[in-house]
Every structure is written in structure tokens, then in C-alpha cells.
Design a protein. Sequence first.
Length: 94
Amino acid sequence: MLRALGIEKAFLPGADFGNITETDAMASKVIQDTVLKLDPNGAEGAAYTIFAVPAGCAPEPMPELVRVVFDRPFAFAIFSHSGAPLFVGVYRGA
């Protein structure tokens, strides 16, 4: 998806990741995903991004997990990679 958006240099040797690391690094793969659990007691969601680099480039340490609690009404939508809405809903509270 990033390449489709025109982001090419990050996937080539010598990519500039000066704000992340000073070593010579390039991305080999970027994976993002989310999980959303809805039930009568509320909603739980999580998201992650995996930024893979070739062997020899040390990744940054994993950040601490953050718990997010939705304790008021909100609207949400989940879209496919092509941008089509898969699920649209409203959480109104318990």
C-alpha cells in the first residue's frame, strides 16, 4: 500500500531514516492491522504496525502497551485496504 502511495525510497538501500536511526537501513515490509471487539459491555480495540528491516539493522525497542478505554458514545468505521467500508457503527454505552 505504501508503494502504491508513491513511497518508494523507504524500500531501497540507503533510505533516509535519520529521525529513527543513523545506521544504513531500509524497510523490507510494513504490516499494519487492527482488532476491534464489540459486546454489550463495551468495545476493545488494538492496532499495531510492524516495520521489518533486513538482518543487520537493529529495530528500535518496542514501546509500552497503552490501554485505551472508550467510556462515552462514539461512531466508528472499518475500511478495507481498497477504501470500501466494511463495518460502520455507533457505540452508545452500556
